[in-house]
Design a protein around this ligand. Sequence first.
Ligand code: ZN
Length: 302
Amino acid sequence: MYRRSAWLGCSATVALLVCAATAAPQRKASNVDGNLAYSHVERLVGFGPRPPGSPAIAKSQAYITEVLKRLNLQVEHQDFLANTPNGPVSMKNIVGKTRQSGKPVVILGSHYDTRVMTNAAFVGANDGGSSTGLLLELARVLSQRRNDFSFWFVFFDGEEAQREWSETDSLYGSRYFVEKLKTDGQTRAIKALVLMDLVGDRDLKLENDASSTPWLMELVRRSAVELGYSQHLAATQKGMVDDHVPFIRAGIAAVDLIDYDYGFNNSLWHTPNDTLDKISPHSLKIVGDIVVRAIENLGQQR
Ligand SMILES: [Zn+2]
């Protein structure tokens, strides 16, 4: 993930929403279990650094596939060769699909690769690990109840740059995924993408992302307010460049749930200190609750 250089101003509607939140009654949270999400993060981190093509990412792929299959989801692997500044690299997106047909599709996504770091061991507990663990837990919760949507749980490979972040050296998995959606003529079947990234920080503050589709961002924020989580919403808008961007460019509504400010003054992001002890099951639970509520609210506006 990358932050656009310009900070955008605080919007008046957001300020109102946050103020209104203080008085909002707390409503029932979801069945998302923060400890189960955390146990997935623990497993992934235990595999070690997981950059594309590494032995540890192969273990992650096997683990994610096994969990999705155990949930009786239809599992697809998208294998592709990414053209990177380091030469061609084998990558794999993993998709778990619910078996309801004829319903609009909501995609829930996370990248599961970790950043290449040659001089240190980068295990990406928050960056790559947290959202992947939560996505596996959301797959459990959402596949075991009646829904207004079909779900695709998508685990993107190659979100991170191989060398230096650029248009062409980043977002390999999501760019490939969206190109395939286009060639398969499936873009119109997708109601929305809900992306998660960096969601495990103890000090959770979800960005008000200016790159996300505005109505969907508002829906997510309203959902958080309904649950009494307004203190976890940042007011100031920032522009995030993440796996949601290829979807938005393809005309698909997309939102990024991300806490970019990781550690004091973002001191933990992309450092070897992004370790398991910084991850909070409670934060994973909060983000999971918000996603489930947002999906319920999305169903009501159909
Ligand atoms: Zn990253």
